[in-house]
Design a protein around this ligand. Structure first.
Ligand SMILES: CCCCCCCCCCCCCC(=O)SCCNC(=O)CCNC(=O)[C@H](O)C(C)(C)COP(=O)(O)OP(=O)(O)OC[C@H]1O[C@@H](n2cnc3c(N)ncnc32)[C@H](O)[C@@H]1OP(=O)(O)O
Length: 212
């Protein structure tokens, strides 16, 4: 069964309230056999911080100075709330965020939301609507949730809002994303984990990579 299909772009603009899409740019649909998320016991309670999954991750790692270093707290149910500062080095068009950085933030946030239902996942499919320009020096908040699962498949969605700095308005959605993640086990990174940072890793680092 094909869960995700694509079509020609339709009207993808936000309505006058800035809160709702008139329609999405693809025919992303959730499958009929979608199961409600079952939250794993390891997932922290609502309001608690959700630790980074890997110190060298470009999205959340605090040992990755070139990364966006997102931080997370657990939201309601199978959801997370992530934040990061839109640093000037993330510039795409003049004065605004590069689209790939917003994509990174959605990927990271939706992946972290998957931790509510599984230990580890990778992205299989991600699609984004860029609704408003996002100024440099703003603080972006991404709310991401698991919509449901089908076997190893985890269906997610997310919204971005500017919550501080230039353009801040927590009522306006500046971007949305939908993504499919696949639950993986420890064997997934087996072939590459000894090459952390593309060079043979020290034993301790390789061991940490084994737990992502
Ligand atoms: C880095 C992360 C570590 C983890 C920490 C957690 C934290 C989070 C934060 C991290 C955030 C950052 C995260 C990152 O950035 S992760 C980095 C980016 N992602 C990757 O590198 C993944 C590369 N791809 C793969 O390794 C494989 O393709 C995977 C593992 C995804 C699937 O290969 P696998 O052999 O395992 O599975 P399968 O092919 O039997 O398919 C199984 C089912 O899935 C369906 N399907 C598959 N692909 C697609 C698709 N594109 N659209 C629609 N459906 C798709 C397929 O039809 C089938 O459905 P069904 O027949 O069952 O109905």
């Amino acid at each position: 069964m094909v869960d995700i299909t694509f079509c020609r772009s339709e009207d993808r603009r936000l309505d006058r309230t800035g809160l709702h899409y008139r329609s999405m740019s693809s025919t992303w649909t959730l499958p009929d056999d979608l199961q409600a998320p079952t939250i794993v016991p390891e997932f922290p309670a609502s309001g608690e911080p959700l630790p980074r999954h890997w110190s060298l991750c470009f999205g959340c790692g605090d040992d990755q100075p070139s990364g966006i270093q997102m931080t997370f707290v657990v939201g309601d149910g199978a959801s997370v709330v992530g934040r990061f500062e839109v640093a000037r080095r993330y510039q795409g068009g003049p004065g605004v965020i590069h689209g790939g950085i917003l994509g990174t933030a959605f990927d990271e946030a939706q992946g972290m939301a998957c931790r509510s239902v599984a230990l580890a996942v990778v992205t299989a499919h991600l699609e984004i609507d860029f609704a408003r320009p996002i100024p440099l020096d703003s603080t972006l908040e991404i709310t991401a949730k698991v919509d449901g699962t089908v076997r190893r498949k985890v269906y997610t969605s997310a919204e971005a809002r500017i919550v501080a700095g230039p353009g801040a308005d927590p009522d306006v959605v500046v971007g949305t994303s939908r993504g499919l993640f696949l639950v993986i086990d420890q064997t997934h990174f087996e072939k590459v984990k000894s090459m952390v940072d593309a060079v043979p890793a020290a034993a301790g680092t390789a061991a940490e990579a084994s737990s992502f």
